[in-house]
Design a protein around this ligand. Structure first.
Ligand code: FAD
Length: 305
């Protein structure tokens, strides 16, 4: 297989065959767009009049299409389609003990309401992350689960955790222009760890979220006392966010009605929106942040009993 290159009047399309070629191209053209499913870039170019003179397609790079089961989770190449992610996680959920697959089940729940099959068959996991949309359905799950992102460039590889520092602004991330997202590790959950994801949209099928979230709690061994909690929301700010202050205050607390009340009070303060926030529906969105936590509270309570 040889590298492909199509040169048009306005756009050059390059399809390399190896990772080495790919990182060399990205360092030569740091502003080039990597395109997999084209479900974001296509819309930007056709409907928003954006022009990307150099497009690089990583479709042939085996590392970016690989799936690996590791000690700590499942690693997907960034170019894996959402349909493939769904198939692999469905199998893992069927085969592994349920306590290990809390995060996988939440990803599957989000994918169930993610676009339609035509989009899921071509859109990549990496494309969803790197678009850095504030209403991405997967980013809150990846952030609350502390999924690991491996980046690669001419300088080598580095692995980072998707945390509150990953998204630096509207559609911006800490990934450098010459870097490529190589793979994403979605972790196994542990015993005593519970995870949920929720999405509210105007209609159920194939719609953009109004608010979306990923929620995780880990309890101290054999107790109902919180060791760690991560609540991540989309649709409440220019980026996917973590309710850091709320999570901090709730650590060490027992899972009971008092906690529910305090969490709602804290979330209402932290997940605030100005009356003129883009997207509108300000009261509805604020209420959703609390109703999602209420659902999570009840789901976990049931699992604990
Ligand atoms: P592309 O368009 O190919 O690329 C997107 C961006 O990511 C580009 O900027 C590209 O340069 C960058 N990129 C891609 N891979 C890499 C990499 N490995 N390293 C660095 N940068 C990279 N999103 C939701 O969250 N929920 C939905 O319900 C949903 N529904 C949709 C419905 C429709 C009809 C459409 C058109 C889109 C929808 N989306 C939704 C958005 C979109 O489908 C997803 O974000 C998708 O995962 C993007 O993947 P892609 O491969 O098509 O991205």
């Amino acid at each position: 297989q040889k590298q492909l290159c199509f040169k048009g009047e306005r756009v050059t399309w390059i399809q390399p065959t190896t990772l080495k070629e790919l990182v060399a191209l990205k360092s030569q053209y740091p502003n080039a767009k990597l395109v997999v499913g084209n479900t974001e870039v296509g819309i930007e170019m056709r409907l928003k009049n954006m022009l990307y003179p150099v497009i690089i397609a990583p479709a042939w790079i085996s590392e970016m299409n690989a799936v690996q089961h590791t000690e700590t989770g499942v690693t997907f190449g960034a170019a894996c389609t959402l349909s493939l992610v769904e198939e692999v996680l469905r199998k893992a959920v069927a085969e592994l003990p349920p306590y290990k697959t809390e995060v996988f089940q939440a990803v599957l729940e989000q994918l169930r309401w993610f676009a339609g099959p035509q989009i899921r068959n071509v859109a990549a996991l990496g494309g969803n992350i790197m678009t850095a949309s504030p209403i991405s359905d997967l980013n809150p799950v990846l952030m609350a689960s502390e999924s690991k992102l491996t980046l690669v460039s001419n300088e080598g590889k580095r692995t980072i955790t998707m945390d509150e520092k990953f998204f630096t602004g509207y559609r911006k991330t800490t990934v450098k222009p010459e870097e490529i997202l190589l793979s994403v590790e979605i972790p196994y959950s542990k015993k005593g760890e519970y995870f949920s994801a929720f999405k509210q949209a105007s209609r159920r099928e194939d719609d953009i979220a109004i608010v979306t979230c990923g929620m995780r709690v880990l309890f101290q061994d054999g107790t109902k006392r919180i060791e760690k909690i991560k609540l991540s929301y989309g649709g409440m700010a220019p980026t996917t966010v973590l309710a850091l202050k709320t999570c901090q205050e709730l650590s060490g607390r027992d899972w009971n009605e008092k906690l529910l009340q305090d969490a709602c009070r804290l979330l209402a303060g932290e997940m605030d929106l100005s009356p003129s926030a883009p997207g509108g529906m300000v009261d509805f969105r604020r209420t959703l942040t609390l109703s999602f936590f209420f659902k999570f509270y009840l789901t976990v309570l049931q699992k604990l009993s």
